[in-house]
Design a protein around this ligand. Structure first.
Ligand SMILES: Cc1cc2nc3c(=O)[nH]c(=O)nc-3n(C[C@H](O)[C@H](O)[C@H](O)COP(=O)(O)O)c2cc1C
Length: 183
């Protein structure tokens, strides 16, 4: 299973969380960590797990993460397990604006992605950080909790790349063979 972690970060806190997550999932196979502004969509075709995370800015994902989300074509993530996270200020009143992780998850779900975990939040003590104590460990624990099911089975015939894939549909695993990518 290849895991792809795509993140954005202004002050470096989310990058640290992304790295902690990468280390946590690395025993399961290859892990690639990319900045959203530099992430190449071709990486998705070989990924079994996609983890997206960025800081919350004004209740939303950062522009670079939003731009990456907009670039993802729906069919390319329908057979990939997905998890999302954000970093945010530990200030209660900002709750009224919402948070990035849930919005990223909603955007991916609208494209047919299957989430393997609820969106996660990690806290920075201030705008520039640092991360609150224990957040790196919490991020690692969150990622270690992902099921081993990253080798998904999917029967969507329009999808590329011939691998046996599974997909949860209404709580049931559906099994099928995906067609090979046209040359
Ligand atoms: C322009 C701006 C807007 C922000 N808006 C929010 C917000 O709406 N809610 C929140 O919880 N934190 C907000 N924050 C705090 C960031 O989430 C925090 O700076 C971030 O977690 C740091 O991550 P980074 O070091 O990876 O950039 C904001 C920070 C900035 C700079």
């Amino acid at each position: 299973m290849k895991a792809l972690i795509v993140y954005d970060s202004v002050y470096g806190n989310t990058q640290k969380i992304a790295m902690a997550i990468a280390e946590a999932v690395s025993p399961q196979g290859e892990v690639k960590v990319l900045r959203a502004s530099e992430a190449d969509l071709s990486e998705l075709s070989s990924a079994g797990l996609l983890i997206l995370g960025c800081p919350t800015h004004g209740g939303r994902p950062t522009p670079a993460m939003q731009e990456f989300l907009n670039r993802i074509p729906a069919p390319s993530i329908q057979c990939i397990s997905v998890a999302t996270f954000d970093t945010r200020a530990s200030v209660r009143w900002v709750k009224i604006f919402g948070y990035a992780a849930g919005r990223i998850a909603d955007s991916l779900k609208r494209k047919g992605a299957t989430l393997v975990a609820p969106p996660a939040a990690f806290f920075a003590a201030g705008k520039e950080g640092p991360l609150k104590e224990g957040e790196l460990e919490r991020a690692a624990d969150w990622a270690k909790g992902f099921p081993e099911s990253k080798k998904q089975f999917c029967n969507a015939p329009h999808l590329h790349n011939c691998t046996l894939q599974s997909r949860l549909v209404n709580g049931f695993v559906r099994i099928g063979m995906r067609p090979a990518r046209a040359a």
